[in-house]
Ligand binder design. Sequence first.
Ligand code: GLN
Length: 363
Amino acid sequence: MNRQLILEDGTIFIGEGFGADSEAIGEVVFNTSMTGYQEILSDPSYCGQFVTMTYPLIGNYGVNRDDFESISPAVKAFIVRESADFASNWRNESTLDELLRIKGIPGIAGVDTRKLTRLIRKSGSMKGILCSVEEDPALMIERLNASALRTDQVEQVSTKTAYASPGRGFRVVLMDFGMKHGILRELNKRNCDVIVVPHNTSSEEIRRLQPDGIMLSNGPGDPKDVPEAIQTVQELLGEIPLFGICLGHQLFALACGADSFKMKFGHRGGNHPVQDVLTKKVALTSQNHGYAVDEASLDDTDLEVTHIAINDGTIEGLKHKKYPAFTVQYHPEASPGPEDSNYLFDDFLTLMNEEKRKEIQHA
Ligand SMILES: NC(=O)CC[C@H](N)C(=O)O
């Protein structure tokens, strides 16, 4: 027992260090997925956060080349009940511990993750510090309270330069706010000619690429921290069909005049039930968000709620009443998670198709 996790309310968890031997400060959140730790770890939306896995055994199938959602995991620290040091799977290429060491991410094992999760559910997500047990907790809490969490996460994880992932179908400009590779994979699977652009690409630059559609990716942090992206969406709305996921959904809502708020402890897991308002069908979804769109703020907008979370009634999907644009708060690209909502990518293609047909008729 050589490492401690100290929360801003003073709670201390003592555990065994694994991964990188370094200190970290971040926002402590929990994820209830039973598998998929590699995808979770490498999801850029966790930038700046400590992820607690509620499933008690993590690392048991190792880490492989194919399941990364980004090349450089942006998670600040990883908290588990038990870290398996023997990885058993035919795809396994390294252990979780090795990956965390290489990527400079500290971990702590042996933590009572049920207690930690209940605490977060009761008090809300909290700041935490992960450090050696040699450190004086009182001094650490002082440091924790004095440190403000960063607000430039999107800039940290977005691509610095544009790149193409060619296809022979619709051209889609994918705005990268901290994209999971699963989104690109789903678009390519449908033959889309994808151009991934940095988060701060202007609307003129996007227009110049002559896209058939725009995809707004997921990403870390508060949507209000990226006002220039909100403006870009405003400038393109109605002109080019649009599909947004998670942070992309929140940015779209803000661009349409709605508001967002920080949730108490968010939704992070692989089995969140979401209902389609129209069909009443429920899908099990993969989720990772700490902010949500405020329903009351929709009154003066042209937005319509398409999906809601069964667990707490928060908004999970929106559609513009006049323009070809729709978004979801959850992750239809799954990975990790169920594929119930994969059809949304097909809907995006249908939307682009319809708009193309209208254009041809009017030409
Ligand atoms: N996965 C995401 O895109 C998350 C969006 C945003 N950072 C939130 O926490 O709500």
